[in-house]
Design a protein around this ligand. Structure first.
Ligand SMILES: Cc1cc2nc3c(=O)[nH]c(=O)nc-3n(C[C@H](O)[C@H](O)[C@H](O)COP(=O)(O)OP(=O)(O)OC[C@H]3O[C@@H](n4cnc5c(N)ncnc54)[C@H](O)[C@@H]3O)c2cc1C
Length: 537
């Protein structure tokens, strides 16, 4: 293939890999994928629990850091993002959540064609759910989703009993008709290995002659001629190269890099661009605005019974788990740390969960942004009970720091900016304490380590939350989709003000879904392929 393609996709992440696979399926279109990272053939990427190892690994990770966050007592927040084939689906915690139908009905109000009834078939088509197909779940899609409840650590049973004791239901399938209740997390793995979009979508598609994937290829600018995107300039192996798109350029760089590439290319707030010497092509004040993320908060308990800490901390425990994984592809290394959790509606008068729970049968002390692997289990038996509010109302923003494409964005997440978000953090904390106070959990709790047993008043708790809350790694919304003229992309994902250019990744979410964001990002990639192929016809 020459350096001219029908479509150029920037980023082979959750959305980009799915989009590339679908666009090349019928063999009628040529597609170039530019990925800034390298191959995902890396042991720690393929082994599910290896995400603790790559958390700070610059070989596969952009390792972003936000600006100091006023709501977090002026501390910055460390934001890992995948820089590798599969993008963040290659380094994430694999929890698979589609979201609530009302998340998408809300999208549909601002972007016709994105209501639950419109996108439910896409979710169904994209997955192979190990629990089997039914009206809502898919059985033969590319993305493997596994029920691993049978392998959960025995102390998860105490969590489910605790949930029942405070009146929560235990839900066998939160991706089915009802999201509410305590649940075992479904994860994107297949045969004990990570099911990233690189593995499930891209690799099979890379055998096709009409798909070319360039790794270590960092897109630096969209080439625009008379308000039409005609190609991409990129850096690869120290050289500047260009590729031409006959039909369209599609940005799938994720919630940080897609708005960055738009701004670098002259599509963004005109004053900001001029300040950095970039000639504005289209004044789009919303590019980089509307940033949303889930903010999580943990309680750490010392247990009276062995937890995964005892299995994974000593060298002989690591050896045993390693051998079990290598020989059988089973055991703790084939799972996520988030073995149980679920969704709870706390706000009276709604039937839409507003708290997501996480139960990890292992505890670790989160290292400050540094080099220590994330998951170095504590030396005592411990477990974590955490949560995040599902739909925060605080909105952040991001902006280029300079015209240099290799300089990271300024990121202002603005966590805990609204009273509603602060109130829900406190309500979630009370829910955790209610769970911990049940006989089911009291029977295995020795002490609460963090927050300390005397951190109880709302004021003390809020201070502790501000010091210890963490990103759940779900930034989105920075190239907002909508049918209003101020939105960055319209409901067909086309960038306003420039033709031949779309964005398809987590940046287009108008509002953050109630659960984790990998499944919704892949859905956006799938949906983009439906829209693009329809328009190409
Ligand atoms: C540590 C971590 C844990 C997470 N855990 C979960 C979880 O358990 N469940 C869940 O559902 N979600 C989880 N997420 C979030 C989820 O993985 C992301 O929301 C999702 O992957 C976003 O998809 P995307 O397509 O928008 O971006 P990405 O998957 O990040 O893809 C963007 C791709 O574009 C490439 N790229 C960017 N800029 C350029 C450029 N200029 N040139 C070329 N290529 C470029 C990147 O390298 C990357 O490969 C987690 C994320 C992280 C980081």
């Amino acid at each position: 293939m020459a350096d001219e393609f029908d479509f150029i996709i920037v980023g082979a992440g959750s959305a980009g890999a799915a989009l590339a696979a679908r666009l090349t399926e019928d063999g009628r279109h040529t597609v170039l994928v530019l990925e800034a990272g390298g191959s995902d053939r890396n042991f720690w990427v393929q082994m599910p629990l290896g995400y603790g190892k790559v958390y700070y690994d610059a070989r596969v990770n952009w390792k972003y850091t936000t600006d100091p966050v006023p709501g977090l007592n002026d501390k910055p927040s460390y934001w890992p993002r995948g820089k590798v084939l599969g993008g963040s689906s290659s380094i994430n915690a694999m929890v698979y959540v589609r979201g609530h139908h009302r998340d998408y009905d809300t999208w549909g109000e601002t972007a016709p064609g994105w209501s639950w009834s419109d996108i439910a078939p896409t979710f169904k088509r994209m997955e192979s759910w190990s629990g089997g197909a039914d009206d809502l779940r898919g059985g033969d899609g590319p993305l493997a989703v596994s029920d691993v409840s049978a392998q959960a650590h025995p102390i998860c049973a105490h969590y489910y009993d605790a949930a029942r004791q405070i009146g929560l239901s235990v839900n066998p399938d939160y991706n089915g008709a009802d999201m509410e209740g305590a649940a075992s997390y479904q994860i994107t793995t297949k045969d004990g290995l990570r099911a990233s979009t690189a593995r499930c979508y891209l690799r099979p598609a890379m055998k096709r002659p009409n798909l070319r994937v360039e790794t270590k290829a960092h897109a630096t600018r969209i080439l625009i001629d008379q308000n039409r995107a005609t190609g991409i300039a990129y850096r690869q192996h120290g050289q500047t190269k260009t590729a031409t798109a006959r039909h369209e350029v599609i940005l799938c760089g994720g919630a940080i890099n897609s708005p960055q590439l738009l701004q670098l290319s002259g599509i963004g707030p005109a004053a900001l661009l001029s300040q950095h010497g970039i000639t504005p092509i289209h004044d789009a004040p919303q590019v980089g605005q509307n940033l949303q993320d889930h903010l999580g908060y943990d309680h750490l308990y010392r247990a009276t019974v062995p937890t995964l800490n005892q299995s994974l901390r000593p060298w002989w425990g690591k050896l045993r788990a390693g051998l079990q994984f290598l020989l059988t592809r089973r055991g703790p290394l084939s799972l996520s740390l988030n073995q149980a959790g679920g969704f709870v509606t706390l706000t009276e008068g709604t039937d839409w969960p507003d708290i997501q729970l996480y139960f990890s049968p292992l505890s670790y002390t989160r290292a400050p942004a540094g080099t220590r692997p994330l998951m170095s289990p504590d030396p005592f038996p411990g477990f974590l009970l955490g949560f995040n509010p599902c739909r925060p109302t605080s909105r952040g923003h991001m902006a280029i720091r300079s015209a240099d494409p290799l300089t990271p964005m300024q990121i202002h997440p603005n966590y805990l900016d609204t009273e509603a978000d602060r109130a829900l953090m406190l309500a979630g904390t009370r829910l955790i304490r209610q769970l911990a106070a049940t006989t089911a959990l009291q029977s295995i709790i020795d002490t609460r380590i963090t927050p300390s047993p005397d951190t109880n008043s709302d004021a003390d708790l809020l201070t502790h939350i501000r010091d210890n809350a963490w990103t759940v790694f779900h930034p989105c919304g920075t190239c907002r989709m909508g049918c209003d003229p101020a939105s960055v992309v319209d409901e067909r994902l086309c960038v306003r003000g420039v033709t031949g250019l779309r964005v398809a990744d987590a940046s287009i979410f108008p509002t953050i879904p109630s659960g984790n964001t990998n499944a919704p990002a892949i859905m956006v990639g799938e949906r983009a392929s439906e829209l693009i192929l329809k328009d190409a016809r």
